[in-house]
Design a binder for this molecule. Sequence first.
Ligand code: PLP
Length: 455
Amino acid sequence: MTDLSNSLAAADIAHSLHPYTNARAHEDQGPMIISRGEGIYVWDSNGKQYIEGMAGLWSVAVGFSEPRLKAAALAQMDELPYYHTFTSKAHAPQIRLAEKLVEMSPEALTKVFFTNSGSEANDTVIKMVWYLNNALGRPQKKKFLARNKAYHGVTVASASLTGLPGNHTDFDLPAIPVTHLTTPHYWRFGAQGESEAQFTARLLKEIEDTILAEGPETIAAFIGEPVMGAGGVILPPEGYWEGVAALCKKYDILLVADEVINGFGRLGTTFGCESFGFVPDIMVLSKQISSSYMPLAAILVSDAVYNAIADNSAKIGTFGHGYTGSGHPVACAVGLENLKIIEERDLVGNAARVGAVMQAELARLADHPLVGEVRGTGLIAAVEMVADKAARTPFDAKLKLGAKAAEFCNEQGLIVRAIGDALALCPPLIVTEDEVREIVARMERALDATQAWLA
Ligand code: PLP
């Protein structure tokens, strides 16, 4: 794919260690250099055009090269390119964005703390939860409940919440007290003959049994993505989130919704918690908040969480936490303009309408000989390949079939993400009906090519 005589590619191999990359394979294959983007498309350095079927990293809601975001960034660079928010300092973009986020969010969430990334945001959540439980005189209430296959980031603490082996192996993680529970994926983890309702009941029982075994006085918070993203686009079974919310209430456990992927319309609702009928105590937002044009994340908290932190900061003299870039003015100005575009163009509604077309088109692929499950909602989906459709037997992992199929998608001019043998799709929220039909047609041709390669 890459011309290694290309000097940029050679320089990349010489100087870069890439995230989430097999470094030795990279030395042989070189990078895929993306040189420009427009709408739902990007072009590589050879001039080949691709549909960005993953919106970058699940994040470019308004598409690439949106002129209004560029203008917002330039205007803010002119006005005030940087200022911080420590020691009561503030500036208009950070104030206005916090106000906007509170206005958009569930009523119970009233205060906002900014970070640069989703990982930092979840790290901050852990510290907030510990800080407030110390303040409330319950220093033993510190453990987190998370799920296998969860993705909450890669800092030492947030990676501990993440439930993917690749984020723990040889990093000496988890490093904080966390229990990972069963992934709420009925198709993969439902037992033989178990109904979806029985599966939900079993998972809720597992959560309650864990709380009782460890002692409710030791469990601080339950964290989850309403729809799991990086773990493979996993939709919870019916009734799961209502049940989790009820258990959190019963045992005085904070409920944290990690909406880094779900937030701002991905599921066809403004937030994922809305789709599943629960209100969290803490909500974590990033990615589509600024369409990732600038690094930005936000944590929204309830009055109860805020008040406990505020009282403790008064006692200690400070809330001793924050980043140089917390509430960065250019990031916040871009975020504000991005949220305006999402509203003005009704991109949440577009995700619901065009998402329904994408899901219906993808549903046809369930009949493909390689496909075990097609799952998704709104504008997020995954197509999982299996060796035996009826028995749902996975392919031998050594085949790396998902990665192979993603290569065939690339050949078709479609960028997807392989998660094991599942191919994830998460196109920009501006995508049209015709474009999702084209995405699915390209994926279907890639699946055919994968099947031919296997034969
Ligand atoms: N939480 C979720 C649900 C995510 O999907 C991600 C990133 O994909 C993160 C947290 C971490 O965000 P970041 O990569 O900005 O640190």
